[in-house]
Write a protein that binds this ligand. Structure first.
Ligand code: FAD
Length: 379
């Protein structure tokens, strides 16, 4: 067993790290403060192939593996967690299901646009009354002639106000329960599509998250993804891959918290010496570094399991559960190491603290990850 990135993965990691340091980090605090979407950064990322990570080259993508994807999301999130999650959703919750379940026509039509970043992708599963219990969704889709008519409200949608291509889940057969859910490729230009309120959030403020409202929305019949009734299966399978992205985002946030803590603790003097000389600070740094290393191994393990083929739900859930808790714990320690300064917006750790929390909530809360892990062990 070789616990090392291969040459191509190392090259991608280096390229994205340099890009993030030059282009993402310097504007992250400003975008967060203004609640401004990173449109220009995404355009630059598209040119580097980072918006078509999994997409085969014949559709204009970079055709990279999941470990490369994990390193991309980690390095971007290390500098800006908002840009990290936008990139993760675009690649793993939108391009990936089209690649996996789409017809040749759907792939030809949508994958090149997504790879070039001409349109950003969003994933619309959550509803006001269907969060962890996604199967309880109430949005309906009824076939009328050659169109599906979709009615309902989605909430908390990452990139909602900016996305051009949205993977939407809706009930086509109420009597069949979760097996009556179907998936659609929706464009924001379709009649009846509306962006609702944008949320005022605690963190990841450069990621605009909104409601999406569908009123008699007309979606061409050929935009059904997979078969009618496949929707719940597509959602769960897609979210398994998405969770690898969120684990990577969490590792990036945690690594940033450690980077900032090491630098600050060497500079800050108290009692006539740098605080890094105090064992209390050293222990926090040692604990952070150890958890980050463990989280990164779980992340690579899940990415490897996905690329190997077969089920990887347990591995993805373990990576997401552990990495998100690592991010939160690392952010708490980083603020503590910065003392009062860490509680101000002048220091990056304040943003990391706010950004870390969401990794324990979206794409399945920590409690949901434990349900997935236990479910796969007790089958
Ligand atoms: C910033 C942000 C971005 C998001 N982006 C997207 C997106 O792009 N697309 C999308 O579809 N959704 C998105 N979401 C929604 C997100 O995935 C949900 O918020 C999340 O799945 C939890 O659902 P909920 O908020 O309804 O909480 P609930 O499901 O109501 O959960 C509330 C609490 O109850 C617990 N709980 C629920 N059921 C159980 C159970 N059976 N056993 C034990 N505990 C349980 C939960 O763990 C949690 O602690 C986003 C959310 C946020 C905040």
């Amino acid at each position: 067993m070789k616990l090392e990135l291969n040459d191509q993965q190392k090259m991608i990691q280096k390229m994205v790290r340099e890009f993030a340091e030059k282009e993402v980090g310097p504007i992250a605090a400003e975008l967060d403060e203004k609640g401004e979407y990173p449109t220009e950064t995404l355009e630059k990322m598209a040119k580097l192939g980072l918006l078509g990570i999994f997409i085969p080259t014949e559709y204009g993508g970079a055709a990279l593996d999941t470990i490369s994807y994990a390193t991309v999301i980690e390095e971007i999130s290390r500098k800006c967690a908002s840009t990290g999650v936008i990139t993760s959703v675009h690649n793993s919750l939108v391009s990936y299901p089209i690649m996996k379940y789409g017809t040749e026509e759907q792939k030809k039509k949508y994958l090149p646009i997504l790879a070039k970043g001409e349109k950003i992708g969003a994933f619309a599963g959550t509803e006001p009354n269907a969060g962890s219990d996604l199967g309880a969704m109430q949005t309906t889709a009824k076939l009328k002639g050659n169109k599906y008519i979709i009615n309902g409200d989605k909430t908390f949608i990452t990139s909602g106000p900016k996305a051009g291509i949205i993977i939407v889940f809706a009930v086509t057969d109420k009597s069949a329960g979760a097996k009556g859910i179907s998936t659609f490729i929706v464009e924001n230009t379709m009649k009846g599509f509306k962006v609702g309120s944008i949320f005022d959030k605690m963190g990841i403020n450069a990621n605009l998250v909104s409601e999406l409202i569908f009123e008699e929305m007309e979606v061409p019949k050929e935009n059904l993804l997979g078969k009618e009734g496949d929707g719940f299966k597509i959602a769960l399978n897609t979210l398994d891959g998405g969770r690898i992205g969120i684990a990577a985002q969490a590792v990036g946030i945690a690594q940033a918290a450690l980077d900032e803590s090491i630098e600050y603790s060497k500079q800050r003097q108290q009692f006539g010496r740098p605080i890094a000389k105090f064992q209390a600070i050293q222990w926090m740094i040692a604990e952070m570094a150890t958890s980050i290393e463990a989280a990164r191994y779980l992340l690579y393990n899940a990415a490897y399991a996905k690329d190997k083929g077969g089920r990887f739900s347990k591995e993805a859930a373990m990576a997401k559960l552990f990495a998100s808790e690592t991010a939160m714990n690392a952010a708490i320690k980083a603020v503590q190491i910065h003392g009062g300064y860490g509680y101000t917006k002048e220091y990056t750790v304040e943003r990391l603290f706010r950004d870390a929390k969401i990794t324990e909530i979206y794409e399945g809360t920590s409690e949901v990850q434990k349900m997935v892990i236990a479910g796969s062990l007790l089958r």
